[in-house]
Design a protein around this ligand. Structure first.
Ligand code: BGP
Length: 479
C-alpha cells in the first residue's frame, strides 16, 4: 500500500507564455509577457510598452510547444504522467481580449492538445490566466485596474467552458493570484503598468491600484466558478496561490506578530477570499494604514460568497523569515519576496531558500485552515544544467531536491492532509518567469534553447526523467 492515493495525480506544470512560443501565429495577439525582454539573475528583465528592434523577447519562441506538442506529450506519457498542467493563452483565443467572437484557429490548437492528452489518458489541469493578459487590455484599461476587464475575462471563460466541456475537468482561474500583493505582480499578473518602461523589479509600488486590480480578479474568478458550478457540474474549480511560508526569525513576540501579519497579507488574504468567500477582517487595518479604498460594486460581496473554489492549489519553492529588527534583517540578507534569509537553510543558485520541511508545514497549515483537497501544482529547482559532450545531463541535484519534497509531501499525507496530486514546475525546460532567461532550468527534459535565442529546440532526457518515471510507477514509494 502506498502512502499516496492510488489515483494520485502525478504530472508536470507549464504555462503558455513561457512554453508555447508562436506568439503571433494563427491570429494570436500579444500578451503582457510578449512585451518583456530577457534578463538574468543579475540583470532584471524589462517590460517595454513598444517592442524594441534588436531586443530579445523570450516568450516569442519560448521552447515552442506550439509546434512540438505531440513530441512533448509523448515524453510526458513515457514518464507516466496522469495529468498535465498547462495554461491557455488568452490572446490566442481573443487577440485583444475585447472581440465578441473567438479566434477559431486558437481554439483548434487546444483541441489538438487535449485530444493528444486524451490518447494517453492524461488529465489536463488548465490555468485560465497565467501571466497572459492580452496587451491590448493593458494599453486600453491599465489591465485589471479596470472593472471592464472582468467582462472580457468572463466572456473568455464562457467560450472555454463551452468548447472544452468534454475535454477538461480541472480548471484554475488565476495563477498565483496573490502575486498581485507584490510590486512585481503589477506587471505579469495584473497588467497595471500605465506605460511603465523599465526593469520589472523597479515598477512603482502602487498599492491602491494593485489591490483594486486584485478585487476585480476576485470577482472575475468568482463569476467563472459560479458559471461552472451552475452549468457544468462535472467541473472542479481551483484557486492557485504562490505559497512562500514564513517563519518568525526569533521567538521575540515582535517577530511573531510581524510574521503573522506578513503571512496573512501575502499568503492567506487571496485564498481566504477565494475559499471562504469574504474579505478577511484583518485586511481592514492594512487597507486603512496604507490609504487603500477598494471600490466594490453592488452584488460583489454576494458573488464572492457564491463563487468559492472546490480545491486549493499552490506553488511552493521556498520559505522566508520575518524579523522586526532592521539590523538582523540587514545581517541575514534578503530574499526575492521580502523577509530575511534563514540561517538553517541553503539556497539555490538564484538565492531561493530550499526548505522541503516547509512544504509539509505549509500543507498542514493550509489543510487545517480550509479542509478542502490540496494540490501542489508547482515545485522544483531552477538550476544551471551542464550538457555533457555525449548529450547527457546528470542532474542529481534536481533529483535530490524533488525527492526531499516528495518525502515531506508524504509526511503531510500521514499527518492527515487530503492531497490530490503533484505537478513539478517546468517538467520540460521553459523560459523563467522572474528573469526571462533559459539558463534557469527546471525540466526532466532539456531543450536546446539558449539565452542568446539560439538552439535547435531538440529535446533530451535528463537523468531526472528516468528517476521521475520510477517515482510515478511506484506511486511515490521508490524515491
Ligand atoms: C511561478 C510561476 C511560474 C514559474 C515559476 C518558477 O512564480 O507561476 O510561471 O515560472 O514560478 O519561477 P521562475 O521561472 O522565475 O524561476
Amino acid at each position: 500500500m502506498s502512502v499516496l492515493k492510488e489515483d494520485f495525480l502525478w504530472g508536470g506544470a507549464t504555462a503558455a507564455n513561457q512554453y508555447e512560443g508562436a506568439w503571433d501565429v494563427d491570429g494570436k495577439g500579444p500578451s503582457i509577457s510578449d512585451m518583456c525582454t530577457n534578463g538574468s539573475h543579475t540583470r532584471p528583465k524589462r517590460v517595454t510598452p513598444v517592442l524594441e528592434e534588436g531586443t530579445l523577447y523570450p516568450s516569442h519562441e519560448a521552447t515552442d510547444f506550439y509546434h512540438h506538442y505531440k513530441e512533448d506529450i509523448a515524453l510526458a506519457a513515457e514518464m507516466g504522467f496522469r495529468c498535465f498542467r498547462m495554461s491557455i493563452n488568452w490572446s490566442r483565443i481573443f487577440p485583444t481580449g475585447m472581440e465578441a467572437l473567438p479566434n477559431e484557429a486558437g481554439l483548434q490548437f487546444y483541441d489538438r492538445v487535449f485530444d493528444e492528452l486524451k490518447k494517453y489518458d492524461m488529465e489536463p489541469i488548465v490555468t485560465i490566466s497565467h501571466y497572459e493578459i492580452p496587451y491590448a487590455l493593458v494599453e486600453k484599461y491599465n489591465g485589471w485596474y479596470s472593472r471592464k476587464v472582468i467582462d472580457c475575462f468572463f466572456h473568455y471563460c464562457e467560450v472555454l467552458f463551452e468548447r472544452y466541456q468534454n475535454k477538461v475537468k480541472y480548471w484554475l482561474t488565476f495563477n498565483e493570484i496573490n502575486s498581485g500583493t507584490l510590486p512585481m505582480g503589477a506587471v505579469l499578473s495584473l497588467g497595471c503598468i500605465r506605460g511603465y518602461c523599465g526593469p520589472v523589479t523597479e515598477v512603482p509600488d502602487e498599492k491602491q491600484i494593485r489591490y483594486q486590480g486584485l478585487h476585480h480578479q476576485f470577482v472575475a474568478s468568482a463569476r467563472a466558478v459560479k458559471l461552472a458550478h451552475e452549468k457544468y457540474p462535472c467541473f472542479r474549480m481551483g484557486c492557485m496561490t504562490l505559497f512562500a511560508t514564513k517563519y518568525p526569525y526569533t521567538c521575540n513576540p515582535d517577530d511573531i506578530l510581524k510574521c503573522q501579519r506578513e503571512m496573512r497579507r501575502m499568503n492567506w488574504f487571496t485564498s481566504d477570499v477565494q475559499v471562504r468567500g469574504t474579505y478577511p477582517s484583518y485586511m481592514n487595518r492594512f487597507f486603512e494604514e496604507n490609504n487603500i479604498t477598494i471600490q466594490k460594486a453592488a452584488g460583489d460581496d454576494e458573488l464572492l460568497k457564491t463563487g468559492t473554489v472546490d480545491f486549493f492549489t499552490f506553488s511552493y519553492y521556498m520559505s522566508t523569515c520575518e524579523t522586526s529588527d532592521p539590523a538582523a534583517a540587514a545581517a541575514a540578507g534578503g530574499n526575492l519576496i521580502g523577509g530575511c534569509a534563514n540561517p538553517y537553510l541553503k539556497a539555490s543558485d538564484w538565492g531561493w531558500p530550499i526548505d522541503p520541511k516547509g512544504l509539509r508545514y505549509s500543507l498542514n497549515e493550509i489543510y487545517d485552515r480550509y479542509q478542502i483537497p490540496l494540490m501542489v501544482v508547482e515545485n522544483g529547482l531552477g538550476a544551471y544544467d551542464r550538457k555533457e559532450t555525449d548529450g547527457s545531463i546528470h542532474d542529481d541535484y534536481r533529483i535530490a531536491y524533488l525527492r526531499q519534497h516528495i518525502e515531506q509531501m508524504k509526511e503531510a499525507v500521514k499527518d492527515g492532509v487530503d492531497l490530490m496530486g503533484y505537478t513539478p514546475w517546468g517538467w520540460i525546460d521553459v523560459v523563467s518567469a522572474s528573469t526571462g532567461e533559459m539558463a534557469k532550468r527546471y525540466g526532466f527534459v532539456y531543450v536546446e534553447k539558449y539565452d542568446d535565442g539560439t538552439g535547435d529546440l531538440r529535446r533530451r532526457k535528463k537523468d531526472s526523467f528516468y528517476w521521475y518515471q520510477k517515482v510515478i510507477r511506484s506511486n511515490g514509494e521508490d524515491l
